[in-house]
Design a protein around this ligand. Sequence first.
Ligand SMILES: O=C(O)CCC(=O)C(=O)O
Ligand SMILES: [Fe+2]
Length: 359
Amino acid sequence: MDARSSQGMAKPISLPMVDLSDPDVETAGKALIKAAVTYGFLYIDSRTTGFTKDHVNQAFDTSKEFFAQPNAAKEPFRRGPDNRGWVGMHVETLDPEHHQLGDFKEALNIGELKDGKFQQPLPATIISREKEIARFTDLCNDTCARILALLAHGLEISSDFFTSRHDPSGGSTGNSLRLLYYPPRLPSFRPEKDIRAGAHSDYGSITLLFQCPGQPGLEILTPDEKWAPVPVYPDDSVKYPFPPILVNMGDMLSYWTDGLLKSTIHRVVFPDDAQSDSRSKGQDRYSIAFFCQPVSSTELIPVPSKIVAAYRQQKARDGSDGSIVGYGGGAGRLNSDESRMTAGEHLQARLNATFSKGF
Ligand SMILES: O=C(O)CCC(=O)C(=O)O
Ligand SMILES: [Fe+2]
């Protein structure tokens, strides 16, 4: 069956919560790997990151201010071939097979900053917040570095295997901060046609997702191929200053680990058609995604982990190693004389597939 056409619905999923500040890096690393292998998604306790409620609120204020402008003000900043800029309503089609209309959303892709400065033309509403956004992306980078180091601990490889390959001092990365806006549904809404973000997997290493209280809509495809809503707050009994950050594994990390770490398919729906919380009906949704990528020239050599090797051997034994992993077959499947794909090539191949309709 084509997993993306799955109609079955599951109960809201209960994803693991990982504490990034745990001094026992072996235990935290194993917890992270277990979540990445099982679901490809997990929460990190927002209280154990450098983010404060103010940082997150300011980022959402910036986003609201940008999207509130008329389209004419955003038009000059439309996304170009470098993937930076504004993406208008129905322009991106994450699941073209099932949704020809394009996603019911707008986005602003902000590429990597250099020395705290934007590297792309942006409107005054964003330029005036350059310092804040630079701080926010620094915190995203720090958080990703901690996650990548823990993943390395969990895979029992050198703790800097991933972080050294994501260090911007080694060259430009394809990192992108993405502000997302999903307007409320229109009266002409047709559930079979309209979707906020079609089913897709992310392209890079890991993604951080910031959500707003009372604005659900994200669903993941579970291992038994049912769509399961992901609650914004996983646990009503804990008082978080802002919703826990969701982390998911991307295609590149899946490719790099021969499919051991799961790049899970997910989508964003209008909550009315799938989630029953009446408070969120007819609401708009703002979210912020940070897509973390290795330095573009990084060669995706197989991750030198016994755990990955054992997984590869097990797949070969049970005959499931023919499956495509991370859109490229899996780093460990290449012979040593074959040239390695770079992280930049991997990203470009995925972007080309998504925006094949053009800009
Ligand atoms: O807005 C969301 O919750 C998810 C967005 C997403 O999955 C993406 O942009 O890749
Ligand atoms: Fe995504």
